[in-house]
Design a protein around this ligand. Structure first.
Ligand SMILES: Nc1ncnc2c1ncn2[C@@H]1O[C@H](COP(=O)(O)OP(=O)(O)OP(=O)(O)O)[C@@H](O)[C@H]1O
Ligand SMILES: [Mg+2]
Length: 377
């Protein structure tokens, strides 16, 4: 997430990206780990790479850091082509997926390890270590050994060790994966604060899509070595480019169908699974007889025991098949006559309700034409 007052440099054609990844591929024998990836990343971004296990996230980071040499393509940072620059001379630092701390060293020594080769005297070294530990709020634990720390504290030591070198770009591979959910959320915010404070560019790999949504200025979704979409969290969530992205980021209902009529602002999709024509408000250019998918997020659907009223409303009838109470909301699986399950998420506004919807209830599922989008692949 960027500060509210900062611009969105990627929307400004005159803004110069700090990191330019241009047609980069990396193969290991017959495996193409990174496949022709091009990305522009701007100074101060918290840029997330997400995708399933094995899709090439770590390999792309390692290539940025210089630990892998790309098979083809170019990488430049601050206008300097990186091909001939060895890892330790690049203005980047990487925090690894398994951030190995030295168990026999104190927290201070672990952090100081990051600058062991810097030509600075003892006082300056000590000052830098203190400063780095303060940044991650661990100044009071400098004398401890890693096994005397919690998982979250260890994670912050690794972060301090990466930050102490004052890189222009920090690469973080699954920085929070060792933490439980509560601590992960807390640490996410700390990481965001820290990033604002130090102003450096973060490229963060995560397979946790909620984390990517909460943390980042932009997200790149990867699939089998390729970047399939780049956008802000809300662009990716509200306007996924394909079924793959829609399904990977959050939950989505997909209805396959054929376009019967496309006027500006209203597309009609004949859908065999619903046995009806679905209305979709969409600005895309479509033509009749095209095969498409209507994608609809669970929280954009209304559930009721009475049929809804209004124009441009899509209505399906069904029965409650599954019901999951999640505290602030509930998730329902509604079975429509074709047997398809529609996922609906509804806020639990009241503590109890005589209108409560229960298992096997007959219900109406409805949504406005502008709640869904059309996907072509
Ligand atoms: N040194 C290597 N030699 C051969 N194949 C490799 C090597 N490193 C990675 N790969 C392969 O490249 C692909 C991408 O691996 P990578 O580690 O980049 O995935 P990832 O997206 O980071 O996955 P995860 O989420 O599990 O960490 C995988 O198929 C992996 O097996
Ligand atoms: Mg990885």
């Amino acid at each position: 997430m960027l500060k509210a007052d900062s611009a969105r440099p990627w929307t400004n054609p005159d803004a110069k990206p700090q990191i330019v990844i241009d047609g980069v591929s990396k193969t290991f024998g017959s495996v193409t780990a990174v496949d022709n990836v091009s990305l522009n990343i701007y100074q101060g971004e918290m840029f997330a790479l997400v995708g399933a296990s094995g899709c090439g996230k770590t390999t792309l980071l390692r290539t940025l850091a210089g630990f892998e040499r790309q098979t083809s393509g170019h990488i430049s940072i601050d206008g300097v082509e990186m091909s001939a620059v060895p890892p330790h001379e690049r203005p980047v630092n990487m925090m690894f997926q398994s951030y190995a701390l030295f168990p026999h060293m104190t927290v201070e020594s672990n952090v100081g390890y990051g600058i062991r080769r810097f030509p600075i005297d003892r006082t300056e070294r000590k000052r830098r270590i203190e400063q780095a530990l303060e940044m991650v709020q661990l100044a009071h634990l400098g004398r401890r050994k890693p096994h005397q720390l919690s998982g979250g504290q260890r994670q912050r030591v690794a972060l301090a060790r990466a930050l102490i070198r004052r890189p222009k770009v920090l690469l973080l591979d699954e920085p929070l994966s060792a933490l439980d959910k509560k601590l992960r959320e807390k640490t996410q915010f700390e990481l965001m604060d820290l990033q604002h404070e130090v102003g450096i560019t973060f490229v963060v790999v995560t397979h946790d899509q909620d984390e990517a949504m909460a943390l980042s200025s932009r997200i790149a979704v990867m699939d089998r070595g390729k970047v399939v979409q780049v956008g802000t969290p809300s662009e990716i969530y509200e306007f996924p480019a394909s079924r793959f992205v829609a399904d990977f980021v959050g939950t989505t209902n997909l209805f396959e169908g054929t376009i019967t009529a496309a006027e500006p602002g209203l597309v009609r999709v004949q859908c065999s699974e619903t046995g009806s024509e679905l209305l979709v408000d969409d600005v895309g250019r479509f033509c009749a007889r095209q095969r498409v998918w209507v994608a609809l997020r669970p929280e954009k659907i209304r559930l009721g025991k009475q049929p809804p009223v209004g124009e441009r409303v899509n209505v399906l009838r069904g029965v409650v098949w599954e019901l999951g109470y999640l505290g602030k909301s509930s998730t329902y699986q509604i079975k429509i006559p074709s047997g398809k399950l529609v996922t609906v998420q509804a806020q639990n506004e009241r503590r109890t309700s005589e209108w409560a919807i229960d298992w096997n209830d007959e219900v109406y599922v409805s949504w406005q034409a502008d709640a869904a989008i059309i996907l072509q692949s």
